[in-house]
Design a protein around this ligand. Structure first.
Ligand code: FAD
Length: 699
């Protein structure tokens, strides 16, 4: 009994989109094979664990959301541990290992994990295992897989140490507890939990994931031995390797087709983040010329009849469906074309081996089959290795089976990265490439993530246009590639572009295009408040805005707001305002030429614009990028930031733009203060800390 309890560890996950949870479940599942037992909980279930009294090692898997925030499910937890009155030895008894998930395309990589890690350290908790920081940009598995592999030994050592400590304590207390027994137990534990190394032809492991096919039998692969590898073909050494493949994830969903008609649930029932509002699109303007490299659209929504509220600088979310022809194609491949409008009932499979199995929150218990595929599942998601592993079981062709096994195996890790992750392969691409693979609907529900609502920055002011909300976006386009014959548009931006096509009028490049169309198109939105990216509370404080491309969007809202405030309060003192905007071509994608109006009416004090692809005949080439223009204005920028205690805002769709801008600011500060770079970096860090240097960057 005592030994049993010593094998336990506490496993907490804090997830936003389900990845941290899936990884925690993987750890939970593997634990058994290592003679350990994970007591797994969502970090928000604070009534089910107690870190204040926790003696066993704790493993935390935590993702990052927004601009470096911990996931919503971790908010309460973070608030609790950030209590400034906690003493520095509050968690001195705690040993933990932390795996942070993030995406280096975004600012503040893995900040959710880093924040928790830093605070636990401040409160005296000890690492029993090095922190892992996994990057979704290059593939989470590059860090996650080796981190989990190393976790078991570290856990056993932590448990052993803990046991030794307890034995010592008991000895001091005069209780006879034998250390050698404890060590013996741990030794046994080590032996019983060796990592299973699955070898080709390892006959003893029936029903496991051992691959027993002889390679010579796999003509499919053999014939491609000397060819280039691809999604469907492998070459040596992968094609000749014994494979370590993940354990088959237990099935846990059951789908019943009902012989009944019925209504689909309201979209708001799919959203756990708050109230959704269904609002009409009242205007659509194409801001770019036809020959621009990207198409930027501005949409205006009518929120007058709702309680939806926003401040300039806020972002909000748009609920979007998958592409209808992709859904129809999927139904066709699954052999369910005739059943798209049938009601289905989704339940947890009786007797499933999955711990704590429950119907995913984003899947209604009853809806039509089409509804599930259109609105609930991210069918374009890059399939995870566990999904590939499960697809192996639904594939009849031996060659295809082997290739899927390779792609989810350790030996095929670089093929997975190259042909799946970096090629942005999705389920439909796989089903085309492996035609004998016929997954069930329940498998898709088990493995495809939730179709996420997309975020957009508000590009208007509620003072300037009461009852209206505008936003600006680029229609994302993905070119055709080796695994896909046709080009694709982004899920949400492609859908929006199609939805508003009848409303679209070519750009007059005006902010105040009058005359509304009689559109009846509605979209569902919900708020995503941003705590910091707002105008300074004191209007007399000067500020600088840097927003190339669609990054200008929130600043239009700032300027509209400021213009109204100036009209309504002529007696107030207003600080100077700077806007740095950049685009490719002056005549093709200068999104808001009417920025000049803000200059003319004094709302904007300085407007600095640059064009990266226009050629110039000037003797001295004009600056190309916003960071170049910032450098030209070094003195003023430094004055606003340092002397006038102003604010600095950066917004845009590329992290490297934000990095280039912050590099420029470091150079400017260092030059103007005659300080070294390190000193300038410290000042910038201080400005960030004081929330006077604010970024809103997406990818
Ligand atoms: P998706 O279908 O989601 O595709 C986008 C991403 O998927 C790509 O970036 C890429 O990573 C990947 N991808 C999928 N398939 C492929 C492929 N075949 N090849 C290459 N990559 C692929 N956007 C704006 O335009 N304006 C804004 O004001 C704005 N504000 C934002 C504010 C916040 C707080 C956040 C987080 C994001 C913001 N975004 C904004 C980004 C926006 O949310 C969406 O990500 C963007 O519009 C694309 O959505 P989509 O569904 O059209 O594209």
């Amino acid at each position: 009994m005592c030994c049993e309890s010593k094998r336990r560890f506490l496993l907490l996950y804090a997830t936003q989109k389900g990845q941290a949870k899936a990884i925690a479940e993987e750890i939970w599942q593997q634990a058994g094979a290592h003679g350990l037992e994970a007591d797994m909980h969502c970090i928000s279930e604070m009534d089910k664990y107690n870190l204040e009294t926790e003696k066993d090692p704790v493993v935390i898997v935590i993702s990052t959301t927004g601009t470096g925030d911990p996931p919503d499910t971790a908010r309460k937890f973070v608030k609790k541990i950030q209590d400034k009155t906690l003493p520095p030895d509050h968690f001195a008894h705690l040993q933990y290992g932390l795996l942070g998930l993030g995406d280096s395309e975004y600012m503040f990589f893995c900040n959710g994990g880093r924040t928790v890690d830093r605070r636990l350290q401040e409160l005296g908790a000890q690492h029993f295992y090095d922190t892992g920081l996994a990057d979704d940009c290059v593939g989470l598995e590059l860090v996650v897989d080796p981190w989990i592999d190393g976790l078991w030994l570290a856990l056993k050592e932590a448990l052993q140490l803990q046991k030794e400590k307890e034995s010592m304590n008991s000895a001091v207390d005069g209780v006879s507890s034998s250390l050698s027994t404890a060590l013996h137990t741990v030794h046994e534990l080590n032996l019983s939990s060796e990592v299973q190394n699955l070898k080709l032809g390892d006959g003893g492991a029936s029903g496991s994931d051992v691959l027993s096919q002889k390679l010579d039998d796999i003509n499919h692969v053999a014939s491609a031995r000397d060819a280039e590898p691809s999604l469907v073909h492998s070459v040596p050494p992968v094609s000749q390797s014994a494979l370590n493949i993940p354990a088959l994830p237990p099935e846990y969903i059951e789908v019943q087709f009902l012989d009944a008609q019925g209504e689909n649930p309201h979209l708001s029932s799919l959203i756990s983040e708050g109230t959704t509002f269904e609002v009409p699109v009242t205007k659509a303007v194409q801001l770019t010329r036809e020959d621009a490299i990207k198409t930027a659209l501005l949409l205006e929504l009518d929120i007058a009849d709702t309680t939806f509220e926003y401040q300039p600088g806020d972002a909000f979310c748009v609920v979007c469906p998958n592409n209808v022809s992709e859904v129809e194609e999927l139904l066709h491949i699954l052999g369910l074309s005739e059943k798209g409008d049938d009601l289905v009932c989704v339940k947890v499979k009786q007797g499933t081996k999955k711990k704590g199995a429950s119907r995913p929150q984003h899947i209604p218990e009853r809806s039509t089959l089409k509804f599930v595929l259109m609105w609930c599942l991210e069918i374009r998601a890059i399939p995870k290795k566990a999904f590939l592993r499960a697809l192996v079981e639904c594939t009849s062709d031996v060659g295809e089976k082997r290739r899927l096994q390779e792609l989810c195996s350790r030996q095929g890790a670089s093929d997975y990265t190259r042909f799946i992750r970096d090629s942005n392969v999705c389920l439909l691409d796989l089903l085309h490439a492996f035609p004998s693979c016929k997954p069930s609907l329940s498998l898709l529900i088990e493995h495809l993530p939730k179709l996420q609502a997309r975020s957009y920055s508000v590009s208007s002011s509620n003072l300037y246009q009461p009852g209206r909300l505008c936003f600006v976006f680029n229609v994302v386009e993905f070119p055709a590639g080796p695994s896909r014959a046709v080009s694709w548009k982004g899920v949400c931006t492609g859908w929006l572009a199609e939805l508003v096509a009848p409303l679209l009028r070519p750009s007059k490049n005006t902010l105040d295009a009058k005359g509304e169309s009689s559109s009846t198109e509605k979209i569902s939105i919900f708020p995503r408040p941003n705590n910091a990216f707002h105008l300074p509370a004191d209007p007399s404080v000067p500020f600088i805005m840097v927003g190339p491309g669609t990054g200008i969007s929130p600043f239009i809202g700032f300027l509209q707001h400021r213009q109204k405030l100036r009209e309504q309060h002529p007696e107030w003192k207003f600080g100077e305002t700077w806007l740095f905007f950049g685009c490719r071509h002056q005549d093709r994608d200068y999104l808001f030429k009417q920025l000049r109006c803000f200059l003319e009416n004094g709302t904007l004090t300085h407007l600095k614009v640059c064009f990266s692809r226009d050629s110039s005949t000037a003797e001295v080439a004009p600056p190309k990028y916003v960071q170049d223009v910032l450098r030209l204005c070094a003195k003023e920028v430094a004055r606003v930031l340092l002397k006038d205690r102003g604010y600095f805002y950066v917004c845009g769709d590329k992290k490297h733009m934000a990095d280039d801008v912050s590099d420029a600011i470091v150079d400017i500060l260092s030059m103007e203060m005659e300080a070294d770079k390190l000193e300038a970096m410290k000042i910038l860090a201080m400005l960030r800390e004081a929330k006077r240097y604010l970024q809103d960057v997406w990818s």
